[in-house]
Design a binder for this molecule. Structure first.
Ligand code: ATP
Ligand code: MG
Length: 256
């Protein structure tokens, strides 16, 4: 018996990682960092990850290398983070920003002063604990993303507004599209290859956020593939194929 953390404390448990991620979201929710729909968005992601076999598929690994290359080559790269991203992988996002040498901007869909404060405070504490020198933006929005209405359009001029390449994990489809319309290279991390963000992004990594970031953090930056080698539709198709082939093989195993 015992709560989910009993299993989460045991890395050999088959649901260890999944339970750990759920636990991180529960903690973040208690701290006021998440929107009410955060758990629903996570559940949608979990379902796709289950179908992908909870592993980084080869096409996602390649897309991650190309994404890292795009960020390293950009003049003004920015990493955009929302509540779920900070909760699930705040440390890894800060470490990636440090590796690339770029700022991180808190940019949330349901913006309230309380949530912004909770997220900025959490990130500043993480940054101090990690001993990193990363600019954390978002506290003083002085610009808007054209084509979006209300508080969700707010951003910083020296961050998201001027960025030529932007990483948007778990992004909403409308915002992703608005960023693409600004001419930016928009890099999406999303487990659902059918989401509008996945489809409309410039480069899409169909992988679980924390797994993808851990992978990117171990990559050598000298020998990354060129941006021209990226095939967007093929990358999305590969992810769907992995789901279909994985399911088919599971079924064969089950009836044999
Ligand atoms: P869109 O707005 O792009 O059409 P959506 O409305 O289906 O997508 P949202 O709730 O806007 O979904 O965004 C959440 C997205 O994040 C989902 O596509 C979900 O699959 C994905 N997601 C959730 N958790 C994770 C995770 N840990 N790693 C990667 N992707 C995730
Ligand atoms: Mg959406």
């Amino acid at each position: 018996c015992g709560g989910p953390m009993n299993h989460a404390a045991d890395p050999s448990h088959p649901r260890y990682r999944s339970l750990l991620m759920r636990h991180r979201l529960e903690v973040a929710a208690k701290r006021g960092m998440l929107a009410d729909s955060a758990m629903i968005a996570h559940g949608r992601g979990e379902a796709y990850d289950y179908l992908l076999g909870e592993t980084t598929i080869p096409s996602a690994d390649v897309a991650s290398q190309i994404a890292l290359q795009a960020l390293m080559q950009a003049e003004h790269p920015v990493l955009s983070v929302n509540g779920n991203v900070v909760a699930l992988a705040g440390d890894e996002m800060l470490r990636l920003a440090d590796k690339i040498g770029c700022p991180l901007e808190v940019n949330i869909f349901y913006r309230t002063p309380e949530r912004m404060d909770a997220l900025l405070t959490d990130l500043r504490k993480r940054k101090e604990r990690l001993g990193l020198d990363v600019d954390i933006l978002g506290a003083n929005p002085d610009a808007v993303i054209p084509g979006l209405k209300g508080p969700r359009a707010k951003c910083e001029a020296r961050g998201i507004l001027q960025a030529d390449a932007i990483l948007v994990p778990l992004e909403d489809g409308d915002r992703c599209e608005a960023l693409v319309a600004m001419g930016k290279t928009v890099i999406v991390i999303d487990l659902n290859p059918l989401s509008r963000s996945s489809q409309r992004g410039s480069i899409t990594i169909v992988d679980e956020l924390s797994r993808c970031l851990e992978n990117m953090l171990t990559m050598e930056t000298e020998a990354l593939p060129s941006l021209d080698s990226y095939d967007h539709l093929q990358t999305l198709q590969d992810a769907l194929n992995a789901i279909i082939i994985g399911m088919k093989n599971k079924f064969v195993e089950a009836i044999e």
